[in-house]
Design a protein around this ligand. Structure first.
Ligand code: FES
Length: 146
C-alpha cells in the first residue's frame, strides 16, 4: 500500500468513526470525549480526597478533589467507561471547581445531562455513575473529618 493509499484509508476510517459517533452522541459530548477537561490523577499532595466507584455496567469512575474550607479548589477524574462517561466526568469537574461541597453533593444526573445538551437514553446511567462517585467521595470526606 502506498503512503497516499494509506493516508486515504486512515482518513476514511476517521470519518466513519466520527459519523458513527455523531449518530450516537451530540457534538458537545463528542468534543469532551475527545478533549476531556481535568482528565488524570494529580500529584498526591494536590488530592484531599479521592474515590473510585463501579457503575451498574461494570465501568468505573474516579474523582480526585482538592478541598479547602469546604470549597472544591480542583477537580480531576479518570474513567475506563464509554465516551459519554468521559464527557460526564469532565462536565462534573467543570461544574464543581470553585464551588462549595454542598453545591457538589446536591448536583443531580439531570444537571449533568442538561449541561451536555442531553444524553442518549441508553447512556443516562453514565451520568448516574459520575454523580454517585462524587457523592460517595464527599460522604467519605465528611465522615473522615468528623
Ligand atoms: Fe458504562 Fe457509560 S456505558 S458508564
Amino acid at each position: 500500500m502506498s503512503k497516499d493509499d494509506f493516508d486515504e484509508f486512515v482518513n476514511k476510517l476517521q470519518k466513519e468513526i466520527i459519523d458513527k459517533e455523531l449518530k450516537e452522541f451530540n457534538e458537545r459530548i463528542i468534543e469532551l470525549f475527545h478533549n476531556p477537561r481535568n482528565w488524570g490523577k494529580p500529584p498526591n499532595d494536590e488530592i484531599t480526597e479521592s474515590h473510585i466507584y463501579e457503575g451498574s455496567c461494570g465501568d468505573t469512575m474516579q474523582f480526585f478533589l482538592k478541598i479547602k474550607n469546604n470549597k472544591i479548589e480542583k477537580a480531576n477524574f479518570i474513567t475506563d467507561g464509554c465516551g459519554a462517561t468521559v464527557a460526564c466526568g469532565s462536565q462534573i469537574t467543570m461544574l464543581i471547581e470553585g464551588r462549595s461541597l454542598e453545591f457538589a453533593e446536591n448536583l443531580k444526573s439531570k444537571d449533568i445531562e442538561m449541561a451536555l445538551n442531553g444524553l442518549p437514553e441508553d447512556h443516562k446511567h453514565c451520568a448516574e455513575l459520575a454523580i454517585r462517585t462524587l457523592r460517595r467521595l464527599i460522604e467519605k470526606y465528611k465522615y473522615k473529618k468528623n
